[in-house]
Design a protein around this ligand. Structure first.
Ligand code: SAM
Length: 318
């Protein structure tokens, strides 16, 4: 961690919006050594060196920093070096993918390759959404909900939540973790991201698995290869009401398979109240009982989150 620039470091590595960063932690003027320290904590961080963040993000960050230091006589060479060096070496402003690093706590971090666009290759799942961060926070603040449980995530996208469940440093003691998504590019990306974060091959259920699962084909999935599911997770899957029947059909199938001995945690960004309400009504019509989960404390968040978008987390049982 980076001492006085710890927050900026965490924000930089996960590409938190430049205009919302903790710039107030930078006490001006910065002498030569302080400038060097700040650059080393962010652009020069070993994670960014090995798996770089989006170049357009790096440029925006450095431009903002230069603006902050505009009244200073001298700007450190490393500042120009990072800007020019990266520009020269990387003709990749149009590159579709880059890395984000989520520093959760000392010794626990997740590196994900993610799409630079919210929608690409016909899916919204190639980048991490706010609801996934909120669900991850909820789990970290209520570790008992996953302890000893075999978990299946639906619509897992780039894989953040499932990868977090198996990070040894977090000591969540989760059982088998199966990440699923209906989009093939998401499943490929999840597998890549799992390999980025775990050294070992899965021998004793220590590494999450990733498989293709479309909600309307849930009955065709080879469930017999996996442990009995105790907990379903899903983040940001309630935005398209044309998918509600398929999702409810998948829930019905999985709950019946487990004689209703199953819980689902569903995290949804509140974008359109009517869409969420419609899904809640349909859940109730299918015999599910919905309990709102305790709010995730914003100040105790393990992630850099943009709290302007409310995220609702509910527990679903039958
Ligand atoms: C907005 S993304 C959320 C990704 C991830 N959970 C997150 O919060 O970062 C929605 C995900 O649901 C998946 N999805 C949408 N409809 C689906 C369906 N019918 N079957 C399976 N997955 C689906 C998409 O492929 C996408 O990965």
């Amino acid at each position: 961690m980076a001492g006085k620039y710890e927050k900026l470091q965490q924000q930089f590595l996960c590409c938190y919006p430049v205009n919302k960063m903790a710039w107030s932690s930078v006490k001006l003027p910065l002498n030569w050594a302080e400038q060097q320290e700040l650059i080393a904590a962010t652009c020069g961080h070993p994670l960014n060196k090995s798996h770089p963040v989006r170049r357009s993000y790096l440029e925006a960050f450095l431009k903002q920093l230069m603006h902050l230091l505009k009244d200073q006589d001298e700007l450190h060479d490393d500042l120009y070096g990072n800007l020019c060096g990266r520009m020269a070496e990387s003709p990749s402003s149009g590159t579709a993918y880059a890395y984000k690093h989520y520093l959760i706590q000392p010794g626990a971090q997740i590196t994900l390759r993610e799409s630079n666009s919210f929608v690409s290759e016909g899916t919204t799942g190639l980048c991490t959404w706010e609801a996934a961060l909120a669900l991850a926070d909820y789990i970290l603040q209520h570790k008992d909900v996953v302890k000893g449980k075999n978990v299946v995530e639906l619509g897992a996208g780039a894989g953040l939540v499932g990868i977090l469940l198996k990070l040894p440093a977090l000591e969540l003691h989760t059982g088998q973790v199966l990440l699923t998504d209906g989009s093939e590019p998401c499943v490929q990306l999840m597998r890549e991201n799992i390999a980025l974060n775990f050294d070992t091959k899965d021998e004793a259920g220590e590494v999450p698995q990733a498989e293709t699962l479309r909600w309307d084909a849930v009955a065709k999935f080879p469930w017999e290869k996996y442990a009995k599911t105790d907990l379903l997770l899903a983040a940001d899957v309630i935005y398209d009401d044309s998918q509600f029947d398929a999702l409810l059909g998948a829930l019905d199938y999985l709950f019946i398979q487990r004689s209703n001995q199953l819980e689902m945690l569903l995290a949804s960004t509140v974008r359109n109240v009517d869409t969420l309400h419609k899904f809640m009504t349909e859940l109730s019509a299918h015999g599910y009982k919905v309990t709102p989960c305790a709010n995730v404390s914003a100040c105790a968040s393990h992630f850099c989150r943009d709290h302007t978008a409310a995220v609702q987390i509910i527990s679903i049982r039958r």
